[in-house]
Design a protein around this ligand. Structure first.
Ligand code: CP
Ligand code: NVA
Length: 298
């Protein structure tokens, strides 16, 4: 039987994701963590830099009794032309799960089709599902429920945004994007949404009543270099404390990080009292431990 992979939310139900989020919250507040991943080995194949994803997976495994090995793509034979499928067969014969960060979602799909163990998307050009698990866990930690109802996304429609679109389908919230013309989600992503994706004409419309206000960098790792032109196009698509006044009175501000202060967020936004970005970053650790337990021992 082929293993269950976590490349996006396609093959996951709301109930499964909710149970992972709840387990993440439970693990966060346990006095003593279980040895639930005793003797399990996780491989991390990264083509791109990472702070949060790498450390949360490596330390998450270690704290649950497992171990991990970090494999920079440039040090693997894959970078010299060994087929992705061969690499997947070999690595999955030695490891219990594999996290991949890549600029090509297609590579992730080929890898997972040839892997005998679960493959986890640690960020691709198309999706960043681990991030949204942490975002939803942070919302539940702050509000006590997952009744998100409305999210405002201001800025570039990128991989993180695409995973929000998938979450909106499952958790049935309205996802409001305010972005410059030409930076909307790709048609293949738009066609997956279920009438709850709204491209707003104004920032105010996106923000009104939103329970999560969020954004991400204007230029992602797989994109072209930041140009002066792009900074001009995105001017006005940033979040500052005045945006929180337009959102729901209980709204929280989230950002996956790393952030560019003075671009998509004002200098003071990350440390605003409605900002939960530091808990959000920490929650990557707890919710991914729960994800690993779900994929490896359930
Ligand atoms: N948010 C996130 O994935 O951060 P890293 O790029 O540091 O892993
Ligand atoms: N959209 C960003 C997310 C970084 C965590 C990127 O892909 O670079």
């Amino acid at each position: 039987m082929s293993p269950k992979h976590f490349l996006n939310f396609h093959n996951f139900s709301k109930e499964e994701l909710t149970s992972i989020i709840d387990r993440g919250l439970e693990l966060k507040f346990l006095d003593k963590l279980p040895n639930s991943l005793d003797n399990k080995s996780l491989g991390l194949v990264f083509e791109k830099p990472s702070t949060r994803t790498r450390v949360s997976f490596e330390i998450g495994m270690q704290k649950l009794g497992g171990n991990s090995i970090f494999l920079s793509n440039s040090e693997l034979q894959m970078s010299r032309g060994e087929p992705v499928s061969d690499t997947a067969k070999v690595l999955s014969s030695m490891l219990d799960a594999i996290v991949i960060r890549t600029a090509s979602h297609e590579l992730l799909e080929i890898f997972s089709q040839n892997s005998s163990v679960p493959v986890i998307n640690g960020l691709s050009d198309l999706y960043h599902p681990c991030q949204i698990l942490a975002d939803l866990m942070t919302f539940k930690e702050c509000q006590g429920n997952l009744d998100v109802s409305k999210v405002a996304w201001i800025g570039d429609s990128n991989n993180v945004c695409n995973s929000y679109i998938e979450a909106a389908n499952l958790f049935n919230f309205s996802f409001n994007i305010f972005c410059p013309k030409g930076f909307e989600p790709k048609p293949e992503i738009i066609k997956t949404q279920k009438n709850n994706l709204i491209l707003t004409k104004t920032k105010e419309e996106a923000l009104k009543g939103a329970k999560i206000v969020t954004t991400d960098v204007w230029t992602s790792m797989h994109s072209e270099k930041q140009t002066h032109e792009k900074l001009k196009i995105f001017k006005g698509y940033s979040i500052d404390p005045s945006c929180m006044e337009l959102a729901d009175s209980e709204a929280i501000f989230l950002h996956c990080l790393p952030a560019h202060r003075g671009e998509e967020v004002s200098i003071d936004m990350l440390d605003h009292d409605r900002s939960k970005v530091w808990s959000q970053a920490e929650n990557r650790l707890h919710v991914q431990q729960a994800l690993l337990e779900y994929l490896l021992i359930n």
